[in-house]
Design a protein around this ligand. Structure first.
Ligand code: FDA
Length: 401
């Protein structure tokens, strides 16, 4: 039997949150071991932001996160801000640019963020154990935690769980954090795929399949009433349903069975403009609508709403134009599901934060046990918010553990 190696802190999961936490704790003089089962380091950072990692958002604040406990993220986000991460990038000479609404991306490659975090871990003299699988974890009260791994037993005074959520299982996502949380008596908030494309039944979607690839800016909301977020962003039609940034955003608020509402013309009073077009024109409704939204969508949308594309606007009663105008502002569709964890950028739900300290991420049940990053029930909007949570929660636990 191999002798047990002993550390101050064992961090399981060498992704965004785990590497940040390990680096901070190591640089504070703790002896830290960082364990990951994946042969490739931080694969989610690598593939993020189309390979350029949208590593934060200048506007990140509690309002950009979903959680059963909405105030939980406040403390960590306030103590480690996007500006702090920018200072770190500057020290490592990683250059970046703003793309859209405060979203910051690497100029070159997401690899530079991984290299930076690895260098920070090395400065903190982190002991790397990867690829290494953790088979079992035991809590031994005053002695901390004992981990059985396929590289031998590891002991640590504190244990930080940073194994992320369920999205993209093929690059190593597991339910490890949830299983461990349950083992130690923690509650979970139901998990589901978020920031994910929405799908429709084959019959309902059939008319739109030929429009795959069409995109336009719209306003989106969930439910009959505005129950959650409302976003003005691009929508993309796919062969199975709807995607694009606006749909990914709304997917985090969408509940199965609920409709979503699309305003195809967020900048326009469609009814007034249709009625105005009645006078002094022989235009067909299809050709006018094709000036407002992509022509192929205009035609299919009119057909599915029972309006002949060639109908002359001047011949249509105001009542019909009002109906068309209102439907353009409130295109209501009911998804039959999502593309699931294989396509979801994040997992909504997770370890219930009501039993964690918002200042340190430590369990209120088991002293010395911490949960950070996507494993906990804090889900950011699309646009760099999820990494900002990973950095901030990692720093909070790294300083405290
Ligand atoms: P993360 O998933 O990064 O790390 C978890 C680590 O734990 C992994 O290294 C994994 O191998 C390891 N692990 C899992 N189970 C284990 C086990 N049983 N034993 C040992 N190790 C285990 N966010 C954002 O803000 N901007 C962006 O641009 C993007 N882009 C993006 C694109 C795509 C395609 C996806 C899927 C996701 C994004 N995200 C994003 C979301 C972002 O990647 C995510 O929120 C963070 O990586 C979460 O960081 P964590 O460290 O919590 O988990």
């Amino acid at each position: 039997m191999r002798a047990m190696e002993s550390f101050d802190i064992a961090v399981i999961g060498a992704g965004a949150a785990g590497m940040m936490c390990a680096a901070v704790a190591g640089q504070l003089g703790r002896r830290v071991v960082l364990i990951d089962h994946s042969p490739r380091l931080a694969e989610k950072i690598r593939i993020s932001g189309g390979g350029r990692c949208n590593f934060t958002n200048l506007q990140a604040g509690p309002a950009n996160y979903l959680s059963a406990n909405p105030h939980f993220c406040r403390s960590a986000l306030a103590r480690y801000t996007p500006r702090d991460f920018l200072a770190l990038l500057k020290r490592h000479r990683v250059t970046w640019h703003e793309k859209h609404r405060g979203q910051l991306f690497c100029d070159h490659s997401s690899e530079s963020v991984i290299d930076m975090l690895k260098a920070e871990c090395d400065t903190g003299r982190i002991a790397w154990r990867r690829p290494v699988a953790v088979d079992a974890v035991r809590h031994q009260d005053a002695d901390g935690f004992a981990l059985d791994t396929n590289a031998g037993p590891i002991g640590a005074r504190a244990l930080v769980v940073a194994t992320g959520g369920l999205s993209i299982p093929k690059i190593g996502a597991t339910d490890f954090a949830y299983r461990l949380a349950k083992q130690f008596g923690h509650k979970l908030v139901d998990t589901r795929p978020a920031l994910v494309p929405l799908t429709f039944s084959t019959d309902e979607w059939a008319p739109f399949v030929p429009l795959s690839g069409v995109s336009l800016e719209v306003a989106l909301a969930t439910g009959q009433k505005k129950t959650g977020g409302e976003f003005v962003e691009d929508l993309l039609l796919t062969h199975r349903g709807l995607s694009g940034p606006g749909v990914l955003q709304i997917s985090s608020y969408w509940k199965p069975g609920e409709p979503i509402c699309v305003d195809l013309l967020p900048e326009r009073d469609a009814t007034a403009d249709l009625i105005e077009a009645k006078t002094g024109t022989k235009r067909q409704v299809g050709s006018l609508l094709a000036e407002w939204v992509p022509a192929r969508l205009a035609h299919v949308w009119l057909e599915t709403h029972g309006v002949p594309v060639e109908a002359r606007i001047a011949d249509l009663p105001d009542k019909t134009l009002r109906r068309i105008g209102e439907a353009l502002k409130r295109w209501t569709l009911t998804p039959n599901g999502t593309e699931g964890y294989k396509k979801a950028e994040v997992t909504k739900g997770g370890v219930d934060t009501r039993e964690l300290s918002s200042a340190t991420m430590m369990s209120e049940r088991v002293p010395g046990l911490y949960f950070i990053g996507e494993a906990v029930d804090v889900t950011g909007w699309l646009g760099g918010y999820n990494f900002q949570w990973a950095w901030a929660s990692g720093v909070a636990a790294g300083q405290a553990s």
